[in-house]
Design a protein around this ligand. Structure first.
Ligand SMILES: [Zn+2]
Length: 392
């Protein structure tokens, strides 16, 4: 008995030692590196944490087939696909990285810029909170040397910014928003300064808005197939997208389409394309399928809590089309829902595996109805989004 106990102690201590010696350092690389919470999988991959910038210094702790376990801070880990890492030869780096001055100021008339000076490009997690609206940021492997937070008084989206050293090696930054809705933010390093661009509330009329419409699938990616008609999802998402484009153009909006023909377009490339065009809103259109043919109805999806209101407004109006409700789904793992840059909503219009829904989906008149309903959903969202203090 005593022997076994001794053996266990030895095993634990050698394992710990081995793990420490086995740390490898790397920098993030590739197309939109995505950190994941766990090795759990569904058909859309591991539960996404957030996209991080490239060239960030990370400490690799363990490895599975295609994932590294990354030590973000003493008590924080994340998973990252190996293809997003470039291993470094260095084995010993500085023990302490520091935060320096922070600045918050408006840039032009479209966003407020938060700048956080650091001594290295360090990993971070950033997320939204709603009611009251905030952006929360955790910086990992860092200690505070911030004695200067310069905040200009003419910011339009940011009310206040402060931080707390919440753990020995974690600095938590809170950005309080003054806007009634989250209009999105983007996060990237400029040298060793982490910059967060927080969008102002746009003028809430369609003539002033740029709306992106994303027809799901396309080209070699067929999506699902109609159980009776055998029609392809990719063809019908495009028809719905075009119907919506017509309605929005008529209302004076500027429209960006991720595709207008039957082309293959990877979802990550769609994100890069959309980020370049910087729309105010994104609507992704898909058709659903289930192994149970009786399951039917419309559903809308979001990941970021700040973007829930858009998906609820659209779902409520979609029920006017006669579709049954399949619900409003939060924390969804769809790639295009992961972005924080602008409010986005995935609409799964109906089930191609359900006879009643399929008949509707095949009918061109129904395409018009859906387009009108989404338009009304956007209008409702805009009406509810008006800032009390907005001059526009
Ligand atoms: Zn789909």
């Amino acid at each position: 008995m005593r022997k076994i106990f001794f053996l266990v102690i030895v095993l634990i201590s050698t394992h710990t030692l081995k793990a420490q010696e086995n740390f490898r350092y790397a920098r993030t690389t590739g197309k939109l590196p995505m950190m994941a919470y766990s090795l759990g999988e569904d058909r859309l991959g591991s539960a996404k944490m957030n996209i991080i910038d490239t060239n960030i210094l990370i400490k690799i702790f363990d490895s599975t087939n295609n994932m590294y376990l990354v030590q973000l801070a003493k008590n924080h880990t994340a998973y990252l696909e190996k293809k997003y890492t470039k291993l470094l030869e260095t084995t010993q780096l500085k023990n302490v990285y520091l935060t320096n001055a922070f600045t918050v100021k408006p840039i032009a008339d479209s966003f407020d810029l938060v700048s956080i000076n650091l001594t290295e490009k360090l990993p971070y997690k950033i997320w939204m909170e709603a009611n009251p609206n905030k952006i929360m940021l955790q910086l990992y492997g860092v200690q505070s040397n911030t004695n200067w937070i310069n905040q200009y008084t003419n910011t339009k989206a940011i009310k206040n910014m402060y931080f707390n050293q919440t753990e020995d090696d974690v600095v938590t930054v809170t950005i309080d928003l003054s806007t009634k809705q989250h209009w999105g933010f983007s996060t990237a390093y400029h040298q060793n300064t982490l910059q967060i661009k927080v969008k102002h509330t746009p003028k809430p009329s369609l003539e002033n808005l740029v709306i992106a419409i994303d027809a799901g699938h396309g080209g070699t990616n067929f999506g699902t197939v109609g159980s009776n008609s055998k029609v392809l999802e990719k063809d019908y998402t495009l028809l719905f997208a075009k119907a919506l484009e017509t309605v929005l153009l008529k209302q004076g909006a500027t429209v960006i389409m991720t595709r207008t023909t039957d082309t293959t377009f990877d979802n990550k490339d769609r994100i890069l394309f959309l980020q370049q065009h910087n729309p105010d809103l994104l609507i992704s259109l898909h058709l659903n399928a289930s192994v149970k043919p009786e399951i039917q109805g419309v559903s809308t999806y979001y990941k970021q809590i700040g973007f829930k209101p858009l998906s609820v407004s659209i779902l409520k109006r979609m029920l006017d089309t006669g579709l049954k409700e399949f619900g409003n789904i939060g924390n969804f793992n769809f790639t295009l829902n992961a972005i924080t840059d602008f409010p986005n909503c995935l609409v799964e219009i109906g089930f191609l595996s359900n006879k009643e829904d399929e008949e509707k989906i095949l009918n061109p008149k129904f395409h018009q109805k859906v387009a009108q309903s989404i338009y009304w959903g956007i209008k409702d969202f805009l009406k509810n989004s008006k800032d009390m203090s907005a001059k526009n």
